[in-house]
Design a protein around this ligand. Structure first.
Ligand code: BTN
Length: 264
């Protein structure tokens, strides 16, 4: 496997602004942490920070995110002019763009598991960690951290306590990281440019609904204070999961759940 080739990546990147400012590390603590540091000094909308290896990669709920050589670990810095109330949509549309990139470039069926996972055959292949700085109800900085188990081998993931896979394991071939990232960024930029328009947002949410798990299933949800059982029946336009619990409808956001499980 070769190191990420910035030159060939830039040659194939067809975005308007996303990834034009590209910061590369051999090793960094976490690309999300680095993105926040960069955003303090040079808050360029669309900057991408990528590292071959993360020494302190983070997942949702302060879990460790294993980030060895061979994965695609990167963060995008954005300054969206949207209400903080629809930030969850950005996590979901990142997942949609990852799932579609997997489908289009590798011909593998990828799904999303609300709120932030991408799965192939029910095994986790990617995760998204969207973090923001909000001041007076305005988003000052938004960092979207994306980790794709792209070229990881079985030995890399066998000790994980979640059921995971990689694109290389599933496709049987090493995946070109530069092409994958360029494809993803173009897709993401296209969706992201539309979310400020309500009718476009609706059409993106419709696409997400088609590939999202666990809509249509009985679920167990653990929040900070309780464990609940209900039927997940839809996704609201702000990205919340709508669950029917004892004839009442509750809307869950990623920040108020610890986990969600499908009940057999
Ligand atoms: C999750 O599934 O819990 C989210 C995982 C997010 C991992 C990515 S890798 C790039 C970025 N830097 C981090 O420290 N985390 C995110």
């Amino acid at each position: 496997m070769k190191d990420f080739d910035i030159h060939s990546f830039k040659a194939i990147l067809k975005t308007k602004y996303l990834g034009k400012e590209f910061i590369y590390f051999n090793s960094v603590d976490s690309t999300n942490d680095e993105a926040f540091r960069v955003a303090e000094e040079k808050p360029l909308n669309g900057t991408v920070v990528l590292a071959e290896v993360q020494t302190l990669g983070r997942g949702r709920g302060e879990k460790t995110w294993l980030s060895p050589y061979g994965g695609l670990w990167f963060s995008i810095i954005l300054k969206p002019k949207i209400s903080p109330l629809i930030i969850s949509i950005i996590t979901l549309l990142s997942g949609l763009a990852v799932a579609e990139t997997i489908k289009e470039s590798l011909n593998l069926d990828a799904k999303m598991k609300w709120p932030n996972d991408v799965l192939i055959d029910n095994l986790k292949v990617a995760g998204i960690l969207c973090e923001s700085e909000i001041f007076k109800n305005k988003i000052k900085k938004l960092v979207i951290g994306i980790g794709v188990n792209l070229n990881l081998d079985k030995e890399d993931i066998e000790d994980l306590d979640i059921r995971a896979t990689s694109c290389k394991i599933e496709s049987g071939n090493e995946v070109n990281r530069e092409k994958f990232l360029a494809h993803f960024l173009q897709k993401f930029e296209n969706y992201y440019s539309k979310i400020i328009f309500p009718s476009e947002l609706e059409s993106i949410v419709t696409k997400i609904r088609k590939i999202i798990i666990p809509i249509g299933s009985n679920v167990e949800i653990k929040t900070e204070s309780e464990k609940l059982s209900g039927y997940a029946f839809d996704l609201a336009n702000n990205g919340s999961l709508l669950v029917r619990i004892d004839n009442q409808i509750k809307a869950f956001t990623s920040s108020n759940i610890e986990y969600i499980r499908i009940k057999k």
